[in-house]
Write a protein that binds this ligand. Structure first.
Ligand code: 5AD
Ligand code: FES
Length: 347
């Protein structure tokens, strides 16, 4: 039996590997090892969640951002981005449409756009929870103050997505300008957990300067932080960023990491991300077969979809919400899964 396979078995049994073992897994794996891990991961996922996939409708309500992350297409320095903001009414309308389509989780995502006050955001959350008491509201608004996270939680928000991007401080500093801090990012995640949000962390696979050691640290971070959700997708370059000429992340490694996350944290809510569907046309199906159990299609109005481009060639930007919903139903059916009409909380 290969060394990597032994380590995958050890991970399954002990839910822990040390850093050196992680580096071995991440540098020595073969296609066979990946398939081995995917088999275990898919089995675990089916044990806990069945052959059911949770769907989350994302409303990308503003692409205005005060930050300048080097990888991101909506960074403030990108003067080619056409900026837009949806009104509170437009956001609520997208979610109403989503409700009719069977979505029971709404994800409100934006750049770090300070023009939406905390009161406005709380108002939107409250309206959504009043109109759809059977739904979960997830926020993905970046780094806020503790008091803001608290107010939004009290307004009814259930979950919060904030990828840590990398658990290695030196790596973080190569992906972000000096005014952003790794410590603050990690502190935000701790605050979100403390406030009782189901909390999502995550990384891009193959971001510039990422090493196997960086990913080993990410896995150790997942083990200790125990996020309820983990977002993992390949890094994909965007033509109007400093990383335009950097290579995209590995599709295969992304799938492998999904499996390893499922084995490490058996009940974690794990999306097959849009970036995974962008790097490969059957990426989301492959993600599910590697242990993912969530898909997060877009509920944004068709008119703004092409403007929320974090990376080049993003899928589903020409589609209507109803088209994506039907498409996903078919895609999941094709691999023997079905879309679940439920909030899909962490168990
Ligand atoms: N490629 C892949 N993922 C990206 N993200 C931002 N830019 C890119 C890119 N170029 C991811 C980040 C962020 C999430 C919303 O999207 O991880 O946290
Ligand atoms: Fe959007 Fe397939 S999920 S078109």
């Amino acid at each position: 039996m290969s060394r990597v396979r032994e380590l995958i078995d050890k991970l399954d049994e002990k839910k822990h590997l040390d850093k050196e073992e992680w580096v071995t897994v991440l540098t020595e794996y073969t296609d066979d090892d990946r398939e081995y891990a995917a088999g275990i991961a898919q089995k675990i996922s089916i044990e806990h969640y069945g052959r059911k996939i949770f769907i989350r409708g994302i409303v990308e309500f503003s692409n205005v951002c005060k930050n300048d992350c080097l990888y991101c297409g909506i960074r403030r320095s990108n003067t080619n981005a056409q900026r837009y903001r949806l009104t509170a009414d437009e956001i609520v309308e997208c979610c109403d449409e989503g409700y009719e389509l069977g979505f029971r989780t709404f994800v409100l995502q934006s750049g770090e756009d300070k023009s939406y006050s905390c009161e406005t955001l709380c108002g939107i959350v409250k309206r959504l929870k009043e109109r759809h008491p059977d739904c979960a509201v997830t926020l993905s608004l970046g780094e806020l103050e503790f008091e803001e996270y608290k107010a939004l939680r009290e307004a009814g928000a259930d979950r919060y997505l904030l990828r840590h991007e990398t658990a290695d401080k030196a790596h973080y500093e190569k992906l972000h300008p000096a005014e952003m801090s790794w410590e603050n990012r990690m502190e935000c995640l701790r605050q979100l957990k403390e406030l009782g949000y189901q909390t999502g962390a995550g990384i891009m696979v193959g971001s510039p300067y990422q090493t196997a050691e960086c990913i080993a640290e990410d896995m150790l971070f997942f083990e200790s932080f125990k996020p309820e959700m983990i977002g993992i997708g390949p890094f994909l370059p965007h033509k109007d960023t400093p990383f335009r000429d950097e290579p995209k992340g590995s599709y295969e490694l992304t799938l492998f990491l999904l499996s390893l996350c499922r084995i490490l944290l058996p009940r974690v809510l794990l999306p097959a991300t849009t970036a995974l569907g962008t790097i490969n046309p059957l990426g989301r199906e492959a993600g599910v077969k590697a242990g993912a159990n969530v898909i997060m299609p877009n509920l944004s109005p068709a008119a703004v979809r092409k403007k929320y481009m974090l990376y080049d060639n993003k899928i589903c930007t020409g589609d209507e919400s109803a088209q994506c919903r039907g498409c996903l139903e078919q895609r999941m059916k094709s691999i023997g899964y079905e879309v679940a009409i439920t909030r899909g909380d962490f168990k």
